[in-house]
Design a protein around this ligand. Structure first.
Ligand code: ZN
Ligand code: ZN
Ligand code: ZN
Length: 362
């Protein structure tokens, strides 16, 4: 990721509008979004101090300073030594402030210490400032999401030629992780492999269950490539599917298509959810679609906007999100189909292109 000064300027503009005096960012995706630097998720405090006016400072433990790419246009780098008190350093940098916005994923122990070190300051989540900026992807971000999507598309295509029967869920899981790294992801974030009745649990942990003839196999996998996430779900069946599996899958494909087609600029997120849900409900399977239709995606695997009932946010050009309805029949089987979609002025742009039919495998 290669942020420029416009992100900082926009963040400050929003801080001004919200009355936020200083933004404090530690671990999590907001820091790299503004500075290009990702904090190590360790016990030593890293903190970016962005006052609404004045010089931004990135304070890191001295031993981690070599990891930081200097960006004099974005921040002054300062370090703290093992015997320093980093919380006192942050408090001094912040000065006397009334409104502090602090990174949503900052460790609670640092938040508590900072609250003690800045008495009188009111703390609120940094998401108030940054989520509305991060949710609209620029061209470079959409290109990165598309490259990540195409990388996992290739894996989904290759898996159609692989044998499944006789292997354990965990073996297929490992193969997916390895293939994501080979395909250029720096990180594999998850690889759900859920077979037969296990697939009725949407977030099943891959087990040592051996895949057998007739099994439905759900593969939901994604990682991070050049800072941006992929996330795809494709379905496989060992041998010809039963009529019930085939019919249920046809309902799912139609529901997913309806969700994608509904994802136009100006449509509220909840209407997209409803569009997909309606087809599953009409087939009498509504109670078996037990989660939201989708989630935003970017530097985080799950972020705004959430495609869920109750979210009235209208889609805007540059919103990127999954459309992933599922049908889960406890004790029997489960099905899900997932693509990443970007809302654009000319309609929904589906980033994933891998075949969506139920792949018959050996
Ligand atoms: Zn999920
Ligand atoms: Zn997924
Ligand atoms: Zn997803």
């Amino acid at each position: 990721m290669n942020p420029d000064t416009t992100r900082l300027a926009r963040a400050r503009e929003r801080m001004g509008a919200l009355g936020v005096d200083v933004l404090l960012l530690s671990v999590g995706p907001d820091l790299p979004y503004l500075t290009g630097y990702e904090a190590m998720p360790l016990e030593r405090l890293t903190m970016f101090v962005l006052p609404v006016a004045g010089d931004p400072v990135l304070l890191v433990p001295r031993l981690e300073a070599p990891r930081v790419e200097a960006r004099p246009d974005l921040f002054v780098l300062e370090t703290w030594d093992e015997t320093d008190d980093p919380v006192a350093r942050v408090a001094a940098l912040a000065g006397s402030v009334g409104q502090v916005a602090i990174g949503d994923q900052t460790w609670a122990r640092f938040v508590l210490d900072l609250q003690r070190a800045l008495p009188g300051a009111e703390f609120s989540p940094a998401g108030r400032v940054l989520a509305p900026l991060r949710v609209v992807k620029d061209t470079a971000e959409i290109d990165a999401l598309r490259r990540a999507a195409h990388a996992v598309d290739g894996i989904a295509a290759e898996m159609r030629t692989r044998p499944f029967a006789g292997r354990r869920e965990i073996d297929v899981h490992r193969e997916l992780v390895e293939r994501m790294l080979e395909a250029g992801h720096e990180r594999a974030n998850f690889a759900i492999v859920a077979t037969a009745a296990n697939a009725a649990s949407p977030h099943h942990e891959p087990s040592s269950r051996v895949i057998a003839d007739g099994d439905v196999v759900l593969c939901d996998f994604g990682g991070t490539m050049d800072g941006y996430c992929s996330d795809i779900t494709r379905m496989f069946v060992v041998g010809e599917p039963t009529a019930e599996v085939a019919d249920t899958y046809a309902v799912l494909v139609a529901a997913q298509e309806a969700g994608v087609q509904a994802a136009t600029v100006g449509t509220p997120c909840e209407a997209v959810d409803a569009a997909a849900r309606r087809l599953i409900a009409d087939a009498g399977l509504g109670e078996h679609f037990v989660h939201r239709t989708g989630h935003g995606i970017g530097t985080e695997a799950h972020e705004d906007p959430y495609v869920v009932a109750g979210n009235l946010t209208p889609l805007a050009a540059g919103h990127a999100f999954s459309i992933e309805p599922g049908i889960y029949l406890p004790g029997r089987f489960g099905l899900r189909l997932e693509d990443i979609v970007v809302a654009t002025a000319t309609g929904p742009d589906r980033l994933n292109e891998a075949a969506r039919d139920l792949a018959v495998v050996g």
